[in-house]
Design a protein around this ligand. Structure first.
Ligand code: CP
Length: 362
Protein backbone atom coordinates (compact mmCIF):
# COMPACT_ATOMS: atom_id res chain seq x y z
CA UNK A 1 0.00 0.00 0.00
CA UNK A 2 1.44 3.41 -0.92
CA UNK A 3 1.84 5.75 2.07
CA UNK A 4 3.47 9.13 2.78
CA UNK A 5 6.18 8.77 5.42
CA UNK A 6 8.89 11.11 4.11
CA UNK A 7 8.39 13.99 1.67
CA UNK A 8 10.83 12.33 -0.76
CA UNK A 9 8.36 9.45 -1.13
CA UNK A 10 6.88 11.80 -3.75
CA UNK A 11 8.84 13.04 -6.76
CA UNK A 12 8.93 16.79 -7.55
CA UNK A 13 6.48 15.99 -10.39
CA UNK A 14 4.06 14.39 -7.93
CA UNK A 15 4.37 17.38 -5.59
CA UNK A 16 3.54 19.65 -8.52
CA UNK A 17 0.53 17.46 -9.33
CA UNK A 18 -0.61 17.81 -5.67
CA UNK A 19 -0.17 21.60 -5.79
CA UNK A 20 -2.16 21.74 -9.04
CA UNK A 21 -4.95 19.68 -7.47
CA UNK A 22 -4.93 21.96 -4.39
CA UNK A 23 -5.21 25.04 -6.62
CA UNK A 24 -8.12 23.42 -8.48
CA UNK A 25 -9.82 22.63 -5.14
CA UNK A 26 -9.42 26.31 -4.12
CA UNK A 27 -10.95 27.45 -7.44
CA UNK A 28 -13.69 24.78 -7.67
CA UNK A 29 -14.52 23.41 -4.19
CA UNK A 30 -17.94 22.09 -5.27
CA UNK A 31 -16.26 19.76 -7.79
CA UNK A 32 -14.67 17.84 -4.89
CA UNK A 33 -17.42 17.93 -2.25
CA UNK A 34 -18.47 14.30 -2.76
CA UNK A 35 -15.11 12.84 -3.83
CA UNK A 36 -14.68 10.79 -0.62
CA UNK A 37 -18.30 9.84 0.08
CA UNK A 38 -18.46 6.79 2.38
CA UNK A 39 -14.68 6.92 2.96
CA UNK A 40 -13.23 7.23 6.48
CA UNK A 41 -10.07 8.94 7.67
CA UNK A 42 -8.64 7.84 11.04
CA UNK A 43 -6.55 10.44 12.90
CA UNK A 44 -4.24 8.82 15.48
CA UNK A 45 -2.61 11.64 17.40
CA UNK A 46 -0.28 10.51 20.20
CA UNK A 47 1.06 14.09 20.55
CA UNK A 48 -0.77 17.45 20.76
CA UNK A 49 -1.82 19.19 17.54
CA UNK A 50 -4.18 21.94 16.44
CA UNK A 51 -3.45 22.54 12.75
CA UNK A 52 -2.47 19.13 11.48
CA UNK A 53 -5.23 17.09 13.11
CA UNK A 54 -8.02 19.58 12.54
CA UNK A 55 -6.97 20.44 8.98
CA UNK A 56 -6.90 16.71 8.15
CA UNK A 57 -10.37 16.36 9.60
CA UNK A 58 -11.66 19.49 7.81
CA UNK A 59 -10.06 18.20 4.58
CA UNK A 60 -11.87 14.85 4.76
CA UNK A 61 -15.19 16.50 5.69
CA UNK A 62 -14.90 18.93 2.75
CA UNK A 63 -14.32 15.93 0.47
CA UNK A 64 -17.62 14.45 1.71
CA UNK A 65 -15.96 11.75 3.85
CA UNK A 66 -16.03 10.94 7.57
CA UNK A 67 -13.43 11.01 10.34
CA UNK A 68 -12.71 8.98 13.47
CA UNK A 69 -9.77 8.83 15.85
CA UNK A 70 -8.20 10.11 19.03
CA UNK A 71 -6.18 13.17 20.00
CA UNK A 72 -4.07 11.81 22.87
CA UNK A 73 -2.23 8.57 23.58
CA UNK A 74 -3.97 8.10 26.94
CA UNK A 75 -7.32 7.52 25.21
CA UNK A 76 -5.99 4.65 23.06
CA UNK A 77 -4.96 1.10 24.00
CA UNK A 78 -1.33 2.07 23.35
CA UNK A 79 -1.47 3.30 26.97
CA UNK A 80 -2.05 -0.39 27.92
CA UNK A 81 1.03 -1.44 25.95
CA UNK A 82 -0.45 -2.18 22.50
CA UNK A 83 2.18 -1.99 19.77
CA UNK A 84 2.14 0.36 16.77
CA UNK A 85 2.01 -2.70 14.49
CA UNK A 86 -1.16 -4.04 16.18
CA UNK A 87 -2.74 -0.58 16.36
CA UNK A 88 -2.29 -0.05 12.62
CA UNK A 89 -3.69 -3.52 11.79
CA UNK A 90 -6.78 -2.73 13.88
CA UNK A 91 -7.29 0.69 12.33
CA UNK A 92 -7.09 -0.93 8.89
CA UNK A 93 -10.33 -2.75 9.83
CA UNK A 94 -12.17 0.51 10.59
CA UNK A 95 -10.89 3.18 8.18
CA UNK A 96 -9.80 3.68 4.56
CA UNK A 97 -6.77 5.89 5.31
CA UNK A 98 -4.99 7.04 8.48
CA UNK A 99 -2.87 9.97 9.63
CA UNK A 100 -0.49 9.39 12.57
CA UNK A 101 1.40 11.81 14.80
CA UNK A 102 3.73 10.21 17.32
CA UNK A 103 6.55 11.41 19.61
CA UNK A 104 8.77 8.47 18.61
CA UNK A 105 10.70 8.73 15.33
CA UNK A 106 9.70 6.08 12.81
CA UNK A 107 6.31 5.23 14.37
CA UNK A 108 4.34 6.08 11.16
CA UNK A 109 6.79 3.95 9.14
CA UNK A 110 6.11 0.97 11.41
CA UNK A 111 2.38 1.59 10.96
CA UNK A 112 2.76 1.70 7.18
CA UNK A 113 4.64 -1.62 7.19
CA UNK A 114 1.72 -3.29 9.00
CA UNK A 115 -1.40 -1.52 7.74
CA UNK A 116 -3.48 -2.53 4.76
CA UNK A 117 -4.58 1.09 4.17
CA UNK A 118 -2.47 4.16 3.28
CA UNK A 119 -0.65 5.76 6.23
CA UNK A 120 0.26 9.45 6.40
CA UNK A 121 3.04 10.68 8.68
CA UNK A 122 1.56 13.68 10.52
CA UNK A 123 4.86 14.30 12.38
CA UNK A 124 7.18 11.81 14.13
CA UNK A 125 9.31 13.16 16.97
CA UNK A 126 12.12 15.39 15.73
CA UNK A 127 12.33 13.43 12.47
CA UNK A 128 10.00 14.71 9.75
CA UNK A 129 6.61 16.25 8.99
CA UNK A 130 5.89 15.80 5.27
CA UNK A 131 2.35 17.22 5.17
CA UNK A 132 3.60 20.43 6.79
CA UNK A 133 6.10 20.60 3.93
CA UNK A 134 3.25 20.22 1.46
CA UNK A 135 1.59 23.27 3.09
CA UNK A 136 4.92 25.13 2.96
CA UNK A 137 5.48 24.28 -0.71
CA UNK A 138 2.02 25.44 -1.79
CA UNK A 139 2.55 28.66 0.19
CA UNK A 140 5.90 29.34 -1.47
CA UNK A 141 4.42 28.49 -4.89
CA UNK A 142 1.39 30.77 -4.44
CA UNK A 143 3.25 33.64 -2.73
CA UNK A 144 6.51 33.65 -4.76
CA UNK A 145 5.14 32.26 -8.03
CA UNK A 146 7.85 29.60 -8.22
CA UNK A 147 9.83 27.10 -6.12
CA UNK A 148 13.12 27.38 -8.07
CA UNK A 149 15.88 30.00 -7.66
CA UNK A 150 15.00 31.16 -4.16
CA UNK A 151 17.17 31.98 -1.16
CA UNK A 152 15.52 30.39 1.85
CA UNK A 153 16.50 31.14 5.46
CA UNK A 154 15.56 28.57 8.10
CA UNK A 155 15.72 30.08 11.57
CA UNK A 156 15.42 28.65 15.10
CA UNK A 157 15.53 25.02 16.18
CA UNK A 158 17.09 23.29 13.19
CA UNK A 159 18.20 20.29 15.26
CA UNK A 160 14.82 19.01 16.43
CA UNK A 161 12.72 20.97 13.91
CA UNK A 162 11.09 18.20 11.88
CA UNK A 163 9.35 20.75 9.64
CA UNK A 164 12.74 22.17 8.59
CA UNK A 165 14.11 18.69 7.90
CA UNK A 166 11.21 17.83 5.60
CA UNK A 167 11.21 21.23 3.91
CA UNK A 168 14.92 21.07 3.10
CA UNK A 169 14.53 17.51 1.77
CA UNK A 170 11.86 18.79 -0.63
CA UNK A 171 13.37 22.15 -1.65
CA UNK A 172 16.87 20.92 -2.38
CA UNK A 173 15.52 18.91 -5.32
CA UNK A 174 14.67 22.19 -7.11
CA UNK A 175 17.11 24.22 -9.22
CA UNK A 176 18.91 27.24 -7.82
CA UNK A 177 17.90 26.86 -4.17
CA UNK A 178 20.25 28.61 -1.71
CA UNK A 179 19.86 27.90 2.00
CA UNK A 180 20.88 30.02 4.99
CA UNK A 181 20.73 28.05 8.26
CA UNK A 182 20.24 30.43 11.18
CA UNK A 183 20.45 28.85 14.63
CA UNK A 184 22.34 28.80 17.91
CA UNK A 185 25.29 26.38 17.77
CA UNK A 186 23.42 23.92 20.03
CA UNK A 187 20.48 23.72 17.62
CA UNK A 188 22.27 23.35 14.29
CA UNK A 189 20.95 21.08 11.57
CA UNK A 190 21.84 17.38 12.25
CA UNK A 191 24.86 15.98 10.41
CA UNK A 192 22.75 13.45 8.49
CA UNK A 193 20.70 16.30 7.02
CA UNK A 194 23.82 18.17 5.92
CA UNK A 195 25.42 15.07 4.40
CA UNK A 196 22.45 13.22 2.94
CA UNK A 197 20.35 16.18 1.84
CA UNK A 198 22.40 19.37 1.36
CA UNK A 199 25.79 17.95 0.32
CA UNK A 200 24.29 15.14 -1.72
CA UNK A 201 22.19 17.60 -3.74
CA UNK A 202 25.12 20.06 -4.07
CA UNK A 203 23.15 22.79 -2.33
CA UNK A 204 24.76 26.17 -1.73
CA UNK A 205 24.33 26.67 2.05
CA UNK A 206 25.84 28.52 5.01
CA UNK A 207 25.35 28.19 8.77
CA UNK A 208 25.17 31.45 10.74
CA UNK A 209 23.86 32.59 14.12
CA UNK A 210 22.60 36.09 13.19
CA UNK A 211 19.09 36.58 11.81
CA UNK A 212 19.86 40.27 11.11
CA UNK A 213 22.78 39.27 8.87
CA UNK A 214 20.60 36.92 6.81
CA UNK A 215 17.46 39.01 6.43
CA UNK A 216 18.41 41.28 3.46
CA UNK A 217 19.34 38.24 1.34
CA UNK A 218 16.17 36.19 1.77
CA UNK A 219 13.23 35.43 -0.52
CA UNK A 220 11.67 33.20 2.14
CA UNK A 221 12.22 33.30 5.90
CA UNK A 222 11.09 30.07 7.57
CA UNK A 223 10.84 30.79 11.31
CA UNK A 224 10.48 27.96 13.83
CA UNK A 225 9.78 27.63 17.54
CA UNK A 226 12.43 26.56 20.02
CA UNK A 227 10.60 23.40 21.16
CA UNK A 228 10.55 23.04 24.94
CA UNK A 229 9.25 19.44 24.66
CA UNK A 230 12.37 18.22 22.78
CA UNK A 231 14.91 19.30 25.46
CA UNK A 232 16.20 16.85 28.07
CA UNK A 233 17.79 19.72 30.02
CA UNK A 234 15.37 22.55 30.93
CA UNK A 235 18.25 24.97 31.65
CA UNK A 236 19.45 24.68 28.03
CA UNK A 237 15.92 25.46 26.82
CA UNK A 238 15.75 28.51 29.14
CA UNK A 239 19.06 29.78 27.77
CA UNK A 240 18.08 29.36 24.10
CA UNK A 241 14.34 30.05 24.07
CA UNK A 242 14.60 33.76 23.16
CA UNK A 243 17.39 33.39 20.59
CA UNK A 244 15.34 34.86 17.74
CA UNK A 245 12.45 37.30 17.89
CA UNK A 246 11.27 38.79 14.59
CA UNK A 247 9.97 42.35 14.94
CA UNK A 248 8.79 45.05 12.49
CA UNK A 249 12.07 46.92 13.15
CA UNK A 250 14.19 43.93 12.08
CA UNK A 251 12.02 43.48 8.98
CA UNK A 252 13.02 46.94 7.70
CA UNK A 253 16.15 45.42 6.15
CA UNK A 254 14.24 42.60 4.39
CA UNK A 255 13.06 42.61 0.77
CA UNK A 256 9.50 43.85 0.16
CA UNK A 257 8.88 40.61 -1.73
CA UNK A 258 10.20 38.34 1.03
CA UNK A 259 7.65 35.99 2.58
CA UNK A 260 7.63 34.92 6.24
CA UNK A 261 6.53 31.34 6.86
CA UNK A 262 6.16 29.53 10.18
CA UNK A 263 4.64 26.08 10.66
CA UNK A 264 3.06 27.37 13.92
CA UNK A 265 2.41 27.25 16.81
CA UNK A 266 4.57 30.24 17.67
CA UNK A 267 5.55 31.29 21.16
CA UNK A 268 7.33 34.66 20.87
CA UNK A 269 9.66 34.18 17.89
CA UNK A 270 7.46 36.36 15.66
CA UNK A 271 6.01 39.43 17.36
CA UNK A 272 2.23 39.76 16.80
CA UNK A 273 3.11 43.24 15.47
CA UNK A 274 4.41 41.48 12.33
CA UNK A 275 1.05 39.82 11.60
CA UNK A 276 -0.34 42.76 9.59
CA UNK A 277 2.75 42.98 7.38
CA UNK A 278 1.81 41.71 3.88
CA UNK A 279 4.97 39.57 3.98
CA UNK A 280 3.57 37.54 6.90
CA UNK A 281 2.24 34.43 5.15
CA UNK A 282 1.91 32.04 8.11
CA UNK A 283 -1.87 32.14 8.52
CA UNK A 284 -2.34 31.71 4.76
CA UNK A 285 0.13 28.81 5.05
CA UNK A 286 -2.11 27.07 7.63
CA UNK A 287 -5.07 27.35 5.23
CA UNK A 288 -2.96 26.00 2.38
CA UNK A 289 -2.30 22.98 4.59
CA UNK A 290 -5.96 22.00 4.44
CA UNK A 291 -6.03 22.16 0.63
CA UNK A 292 -2.84 20.13 0.28
CA UNK A 293 -4.16 17.50 2.71
CA UNK A 294 -7.33 17.28 0.58
CA UNK A 295 -5.20 16.71 -2.50
CA UNK A 296 -3.11 14.12 -0.63
CA UNK A 297 -6.13 12.13 0.63
CA UNK A 298 -7.51 12.04 -2.93
CA UNK A 299 -4.18 10.85 -4.36
CA UNK A 300 -3.53 8.12 -1.79
CA UNK A 301 -7.09 6.75 -1.91
CA UNK A 302 -6.97 6.70 -5.72
CA UNK A 303 -3.63 4.87 -5.64
CA UNK A 304 -4.91 2.40 -3.02
CA UNK A 305 -7.82 1.56 -5.31
CA UNK A 306 -5.34 1.01 -8.15
CA UNK A 307 -3.31 -1.34 -5.89
CA UNK A 308 -0.07 0.70 -5.81
CA UNK A 309 2.46 -0.56 -3.23
CA UNK A 310 5.31 1.01 -1.19
CA UNK A 311 8.66 0.00 -2.70
CA UNK A 312 10.47 -2.60 -0.52
CA UNK A 313 13.93 -1.70 0.77
CA UNK A 314 16.92 -3.97 1.31
CA UNK A 315 17.74 -3.76 5.01
CA UNK A 316 20.03 -5.34 7.54
CA UNK A 317 17.88 -6.63 10.40
CA UNK A 318 18.98 -7.15 14.04
CA UNK A 319 22.70 -6.90 13.21
CA UNK A 320 23.20 -3.26 14.21
CA UNK A 321 21.26 -1.72 17.11
CA UNK A 322 19.82 1.79 17.29
CA UNK A 323 20.65 3.59 20.55
CA UNK A 324 18.51 6.72 19.91
CA UNK A 325 16.09 6.93 22.85
CA UNK A 326 13.65 8.83 20.60
CA UNK A 327 13.49 6.01 18.03
CA UNK A 328 10.37 3.82 17.93
CA UNK A 329 12.72 0.80 18.18
CA UNK A 330 13.57 1.92 21.74
CA UNK A 331 10.04 1.22 22.98
CA UNK A 332 8.53 -1.50 20.76
CA UNK A 333 9.80 -4.78 22.23
CA UNK A 334 9.69 -7.09 19.21
CA UNK A 335 10.36 -4.52 16.52
CA UNK A 336 13.45 -5.53 14.53
CA UNK A 337 16.33 -3.03 14.53
CA UNK A 338 16.57 -2.33 10.78
CA UNK A 339 19.30 -0.42 8.98
CA UNK A 340 19.66 0.63 5.34
CA UNK A 341 23.12 0.83 3.72
CA UNK A 342 23.96 4.47 2.92
CA UNK A 343 27.66 4.30 2.07
CA UNK A 344 28.96 0.83 1.17
CA UNK A 345 32.53 2.17 0.87
CA UNK A 346 32.66 3.16 4.54
CA UNK A 347 30.23 0.51 5.86
CA UNK A 348 27.83 3.27 6.89
CA UNK A 349 24.21 2.36 7.70
CA UNK A 350 21.24 4.42 8.90
CA UNK A 351 18.39 3.31 11.12
CA UNK A 352 15.35 2.91 8.87
CA UNK A 353 13.11 4.52 11.52
CA UNK A 354 15.11 7.53 12.75
CA UNK A 355 18.25 7.88 10.51
CA UNK A 356 20.73 7.22 13.35
CA UNK A 357 24.10 6.47 11.78
CA UNK A 358 26.08 3.27 12.52
CA UNK A 359 29.11 1.61 10.97
CA UNK A 360 29.38 -2.10 10.37
CA UNK A 361 32.82 -3.68 10.49
CA UNK A 362 33.38 -6.33 7.82
N1 CP B 1 2.36 22.92 12.22
C1 CP B 1 1.88 21.96 13.03
O1 CP B 1 2.24 20.78 12.94
O2 CP B 1 0.96 22.40 13.97
P1 CP B 1 0.24 21.48 15.01
O3 CP B 1 1.26 20.94 15.96
O4 CP B 1 -0.78 22.36 15.70
O5 CP B 1 -0.43 20.35 14.26
Amino acid sequence: MRSLIDITDFSPEELQELMDTACDIIANPEKYQDSCRRKKLATLFFEPSTRTRLSFEAAMLELGGNVLGFSEASSSSVSKGESMADTSKILSCYADIMAIRHPKEGAPYVAACNASIPVINAGDGGHCHPTQTMADMLTIYRECGRIEHLTVGCCGDLKYGRTVHSLLSALTRYEGIKVILISPKELQLPEYMKQDVLDKNHVDYVEITSLEEALPQLDVLYMTRIQRERFDDATVYERLKDSYILTPEKLESAKETMRILHPLPRVNEISVKVDDDPRAAYFRQALNGKYMRMALILKLLREAEAGLQMPREDTLDNVLYCDNPNCISSVEQELPHRFRPTNPATGEYRCIYCETKKHKKN
